[in-house]
Design a protein around this ligand. Sequence first.
Ligand code: MSP
Length: 510
Amino acid sequence: MSTYFLTTAIDYANGEPHVGHAYEKIGADAIARYRRLRGDDVHLLIGMDEHGQKVEQTASQQGVSAQALVDSLAATFCAMWSRLDISYDQFIRTTDQMHRDGVKALIERIFEHNPDDFYEKAYEGLYCVGCESFKQDAEIVDGKCVLHPTRTLERVQERNWFFRLSRYEDFLKRLLTKPSPFLQPESRRNEMLALLDRGLEDVSASRSRLQWGIPFPRPLSSGEVQTTYVWFDALPNYLTATGFPEGDWATRWPADLHVVGKDITRFHSIIWPAMLEAAQIPLPQRVWGHGFVLLGGERFSKSAGVRLDLDEAIGKYGANAFRYFLLREIPFDADGSFSWERFAERYNADLANAWGNLASRAISMVERYFDGIVPAGERTRVDEADVAGLVEYHGAMDGSRGFLLHEALKVVWQSVALGNEYVDRQSPWKLAKDPALRGELATTLASLMRQLARQAVCIAPFMPTKAAELWSQLGAPGTVGEQRFAALADLDATGWAVKKGEPLFPKERG
Ligand code: MSP
């Protein structure tokens, strides 16, 4: 059995989960569930980034201790991920002792293998607490960080530990140049290569005024013990989650895939591989930099009033429809907009009318014409088209063409459209009137049941609860989660006892 270790970004513990966080976890969860259906031994890691100035500041603004703030937010995030059916195997918190020990061990390992990679330097720069990073001139417009225009940049003058990132320029160029699959999609790779062409500056690895974090393992020559810079603390979570440096960490590491947003692709495709290389630890196989969910073309921003309430969005049509909408509407390799109108359209057209209706009428007809037992029936053009479509579905899900989750859904909905067209063309209600056409009726309904079963499996990564409901209405054996893609081409539904239940997606009233 192949193992598949995938991770998402760990979210900052400075506010409630929002739609952007949810989009990423849902996307990664769809990939994880897809891999399980292939038979892989999957490990999905998510978690929280609990240290740093941003968290420290939020706690002090709220008049609570940083620990109390992160404890309460970790509980809030976990509850949200359960509500959204995120099948995580591990939830790491950077305040965990195991993580703290692992970060220190990683930094020590860099000192051990490449002692010149850390050095002390007095530095002056503009720090964005929103990004938790120093900003270069090109990233500042009108005195503000382009990503956080409502925050004031802090002028920081400190003597810190620095990491010699510049030494890894050639290494990173090779890593990011085709045919290396390390960073995808292509747009992100090009952005990073352009950044490398402008030249890399060394980065600060410790901070002096920050209290809330992990002590940097070695004091400055002055004897001052500083705090590990929050990205040097956060990035290693993927490694420390395996238990590094203890036990059998190397059986899980390297990760197969890091799923992160485009704003932090730089940290994952430049700083993180350089840190690992410096420590002589294998690199993750791949970084996928997804785009952003926008609202009316703009980024969410509490202060700019661009808000979308996650609870309300889930409440509207339920968690599974929300998962479907986000992954269908917002391409996983680019930005896309959330809009209530599009959400309503997709719910009604794709879910209630197309898929839900296909399932409900096909199951009803098996009940009506065959006493609820799926008849035997030859394979039809519907089976052939679906099996051909599976190749495209896998290409969009397995990473070979990138993680184009929206395209995988498009392929499944082509199958749904074909199913509805097939029902209309075959008109089983007419076939049922003529006993001589009983064989044709059986062929039609058997083919539709096989199709719905295949659809349930392909949709399960996206809408696990709805796929399971359909699976049980079909009377199919076992659970949808236990199925394997490899068996889909030969799937046979003969003899299943269907039991029609509530509509999968109730129609909106009014
Ligand atoms: N704590 C860092 C990540 C450290 S990973 C070692 C961080 N946290 S975050 O809370 O700001 O963002 C978490 C993830 O959510 C990031 O991958 C980020 O790109 C993603 N998103 C935040 N807003 C988003 C949208 N509006 N749309 C899609 N994803 C977005 O960065």
